[in-house]
Design a protein around this ligand. Sequence first.
Ligand code: MLT
Length: 309
Amino acid sequence: LGAFVAPVEAQTYPTRSITMIVPFAAGGPTDVVARIVTSHMAQTLGQSIIIENVVGAGGTTATTRAARAANDGYTLITGHMGTHAASVPLYPKLAYHPEKDFEPIALLAGTPILILARKDFPPKDLKEFVTYVKANAEKVNAAHAGVGSVSHVSCELLHSILDIKPVGVPFNGTGPAMNALVAGQVDYMCDQIVNAVPQINAGTIKAYAIATPERNPSLPNVPTTAEAGLPKFQAQAWNAIFAPKGTSPAIVASLNAAAVKALDDETVRKRLLELGSVIPSPAERTPESLAALVKGEIAKWTPVLKPAT
Ligand code: MLT
């Protein structure tokens, strides 16, 4: 008979609210993606999911905290390409390992990278941008969300292609960095599309190019980096849910099912697509597929970022 009885925790979980740590400021891309998906997951799970923004050190402060949290399914983290891949080569003393210290739950969204600038930044297009930043590399600055964040490593890649080292201006997330860009306090940024679409549509910032092979339906007038003359710059980030290592398979399955259901919901999909996100295919939504993504991304970013440290 026992074989037909689900483990007690799977029958009862969750019995109280769940904390979702977001490792960057409220209003930024990770926060926005997490809020869209978890609001639907909370309905499925029958408990609220409380977002806690824990900022600092390019997302690694929050990720360390999540790695050390109880593995009971009540503390989760929405991590990303930075916290769960690029941080490995950039932080030699990283207090967690993305593969060893977490149970992957589900990939939530792919987030293409754009090269953005303050509205009155002189270059008109990407070709002019390249010429301008090369000629003024000591004067221009690039906003980012801390060492190891997506905005930081994306612009590191761009700078390595252009062979320049401009000054970086760190913020606690690209939410506040975007505010500074809109206010004209910083020059440019390599940011995830989710943060950029509302501002580009409002005309408060400039978008030079999107670093993906195809244009994005949410921004049909923004050229790809290949179209705009810089085909080597290709970058797409991702956001995903992780639980501390040792979280039971039953809880992992229950959280994954809730995330998958959210990604199938029409309202959730519409909101993610309006902001330019790429919704993972069913095959990309499994914990196994996320584990493979993390492994592949660490392998991809390590040689790119190691020499810079
Ligand atoms: C954020 O939510 O602020 C971003 O994901 C930060 C980044 O990694 O660039």
